[in-house]
Design a protein. Sequence first.
Length: 242
Amino acid sequence: MLYKETDSIKNENIKEVNKRQISQALMNAKKRNTWSNTTFNNNLTFTKAIFNYLIEEEILEINPAAKIKSLPQTITKHRYFDDKTFEKIKEKCDKELLDFIMFLYHTGTRPNEARQLYNHHILRDRKLLFIPASVSKNKKDDYVPLSDFVLANYQQSGRLFKHQVNYYGTKFRELKKELGLAKDFTLYSIRHTRAIHLSQDGADPYTIMQLFRHSGLDITMSYLRDLSININREATTKGIRF
């Protein structure tokens, strides 16, 4: 990206590249590719990392991108289904899509993880779902507890879901159109809906972290904040001595 967007300095010594040139290259790329501010900031982070590497290798002494400021970002809250909308979805979608949706809801798995699982990953005697590293987004073996609903309704042999995730995504988009749902409702909204329900029923962040297999509690806390969940709602009423 930097090479493409910096015609005027392609033949210059890397030590001569300055903040203004790097900033202009990023803005050119933003305009050319219609980047969001978030994408711009991500590329700025990558650019700074490139120059930090050159400093570590003693090729440069200063990072010309270090003082380039990030662009403001608007935080978009994740959409989740209220009870009425979720019931409409359950009523209107066919069994194949409904099975996929309900599995995502009960297990907290991501769509692309769920469609790669097999029947033998359901450890019925232990009431656990084994998610191997080859499937998990976190690239490590993990387990999540299973509800009686999953144990009773997902007993087919072989792969639990026969199609690629895009197949279910397409069916879900068709359903959204039929129900007149906003575009920002996605299959991931099912996962967000489960998080909302867990919080409403008093589950603590550590429990949610375990179900969703976040790598740390800080990620779970950020996730819950993005969902507008007040994770410290008891702090105003408990622990008061004076």
